[in-house]
Design a protein around this ligand. Structure first.
Ligand code: PLP
Length: 396
């Protein structure tokens, strides 16, 4: 054989390498006898990530996909034309848009209701095929009672599928399957990654028939998680418990701080009842005092430790305006129906020292008060051109 051919087929025998952590299986193909077959079907890094999240959430099966939106899309492939689908009104903007688009294409009977209300749960339509919601909700962090929705949905139709987007509660602090949901899913891009450097999604279920369908959907539609992302996520998951503990403790202190600020009208924090939601951390919303709302860009720009944009639940803190960011893809009317205005601010607390975060926020609040006073005095902002463009310019 010529050296070029030999070089092409040259590889060390690594069967005795015995790595102490799972190496990255970056390959797309496996030998014909391998149970993994092809990375679009399965891959050791992806399987490893699935096992970690399933263990934390107490789920029998997990299917990892490319993004949180792919996780939601894969669940939507379980629907058939004409199905009745109930969507909670308070939901991530892109999920809202996705349901609207799929409903139009498939001719679904899509009902948008407020599932934080007991009365609305009691009025679920006959033959409901799927109920989809987040709890706590994005925005406003309201609770939806998973058990109550599951009982009522099954009463309208024993085949009803109850799907919970568990992203904001995390697999550590809330277990929807134990409460009666059929499917729980996550955007792994957020808390699970924790470092704003990877995208992913994961769908969990205890039902083998649903797992089979979801795996087939991933295989044929192709929204598989990439092995490098899975490898990074497994690494992130090793610090998940301590990150969440720090997020939780910091968030409690920051909520206490925000509640005392005169620039803040209301702080939104979810109901942690110890049964459905065991703990909580990181993301809170607050309403800026009305006369400060127009100065939000100055506020965001003045913060040094909070970066702007669509990221959240990472090791560093972030600030966002849901109106122009996470819910930008919704029409002004849809946002108004949700109660979402430009004065709502979302903060994601990272692992910085809470005292530094408080000092940073206090300084930004002072700057905003100065901007308001300058504008009221007719002289324009004393801060010149410091005001920033609203974050999240795209439809994210
Ligand atoms: N679900 C929730 C609750 C989200 O907040 C997001 C994104 O912000 C998604 C799903 C979508 O996740 P991804 O951006 O990974 O597609």
């Amino acid at each position: 054989m010529r050296p070029t051919t030999r070089a092409l087929h040259s590889s060390i025998d690594d069967r005795d390498a015995a790595p102490s952590v799972l190496p990255l299986y970056q390959n797309s193909a496996f030998q014909a006898h391998s149970p993994y077959f092809y990375t679009r079907k399965n891959n050791p890094n992806v399987a490893s990530f699935e096992q970690v999240v399933a263990t934390l959430e107490g789920a029998r099966h997990a299917v990892a996909v490319s993004t949180g939106m792919a996780a939601i899309s894969s669940v939507l492939t379980l629907l058939a034309p004409g199905d009745t689908v109930v969507l909670n009104q308070l939901v991530y903007g892109c999920s809202f848009k996705l349901f609207q688009r799929v409903a139009k294409r498939l001719g679904l009977d899509l009902r948008i209701v407020s599932l934080s209300s007991k009365q609305q749960i009691e009025k679920l339509p006959p033959k409901t095929r799927m109920v989809f919601f987040e709890t706590p909700t994005n925005p406003f962090l309201r609770t939806v009672d998973v058990g109550a929705v599951a009982r009522q949905a099954k009463a309208t139709n024993p085949e009803a599928l109850v799907v919970v987007d568990n992203t904001w509660a995390t697999p550590l602090y809330q277990h929807p399957l134990e409460l009666g949901a059929d499917i729980s899913l996550h955007s792994a891009t957020k808390y699970l990654s924790g470092h704003s450097d990877v995208m992913g999604g994961i769908v969990l279920t205890d039902r083998a028939d649903l797992e089979e369908e979801l795996r087939a959907s991933r295989f044929y539609y192709g929204a598989v998680m990439d092995p490098h992302s899975a490898w990074l996520l497994c690494r992130s998951m090793q610090t998940f418990g301590i990150r969440m503990e720090a997020h939780h403790q910091t968030t409690l202190r920051m909520v206490e701080f925000l509640r005392k600020r005169p620039e803040v009208r209301h702080v939104y924090y979810p109901e942690v009842d110890g049964h459905q939601l065991k703990r909580y951390g990181t993301l809170v919303f607050f309403d800026l005092r009305e006369d400060l709302v127009e100065h939000y860009p100055t506020f965001a720009k003045s913060l040094e430790l909070f970066s702007t944009g669509t990221g959240m639940a990472a090791v560093t803190s972030m600030v966002a305006q849901p109106y122009s960011g996470s819910h930008a893809s919704m029409t002004p009317e849809e946002k108004a129906e949700m109660g979402l205005g430009p004065g709502l601010v979302r903060l994601s607390f990272g692992l910085e020292d809470p005292e530094d975060l408080k000092a940073d926020l206090a300084r930004a609040f002072e700057v905003v008060e100065q901007a308001r006073a300058a504008a009221a005095g007719g002289g324009g902002s004393r801060l010149g051109n410091r005001s920033a463009a609203p974050d999240g310019k795209g439809p994210m």
